[in-house]
Design a protein around this ligand. Structure first.
Ligand SMILES: [Zn+2]
Length: 136
């Protein structure tokens, strides 16, 4: 199991750009890649709840994304979302909805001028921060 999240600067920029575009609502999406945790595809998705304090992937869109990942033999590496007004740390709600123990939960906080990105594993309610490695 990958102990870091590895993605390119351009992929991270795309995620932050999506978070900014959706502000003040939370943004969300999926990062797909290989078994080493290297991200190969970024899926920018709609927050079906259009909420400023939590997110829910649109079920139809999620189905399409997971279907595409299966066709391209990609693994679910990470589920990301943004916190427009709060720190990059999983909320109570996030912990309750962390159904994928093998996935990295990436959170982008926009509460300060500089976006803050942090990655976590959430297993049975316990949270562990892991490294984000940006490399081309
Ligand atoms: Zn959250």
């Amino acid at each position: 199991m990958a102990e870091s999240l590895r993605l390119s600067p351009a992929q991270l920029e795309a995620i932050i750009g999506h978070a900014r575009a959706c502000r003040p609502e939370e943004a969300c999406g999926v990062l797909a890649g290989d078994r080493d945790g290297r991200v190969l595809r970024v899926f920018l998705m709609e927050n079906a709840e259009h909420s400023e304090v939590f997110y829910q992937m649109d079920s139809q869109e999620q189905f399409q994304v997971f279907d595409e990942m299966e066709r391209e033999s990609l693994d679910l590496v990470s589920i990301f979302h943004s916190h427009p007004h709060s720190p990059a740390f999983p909320s109570e709600h996030d912990r309750g909805l962390a159904f994928y123990p093998d996935a990295v939960y990436l959170i982008v906080s926009l509460m300060d001028d500089e976006p803050d990105c942090r990655a976590f594993r959430i297993e049975e309610g316990s949270i562990r921060e892991i490294d984000i490695l940006t490399e081309d």
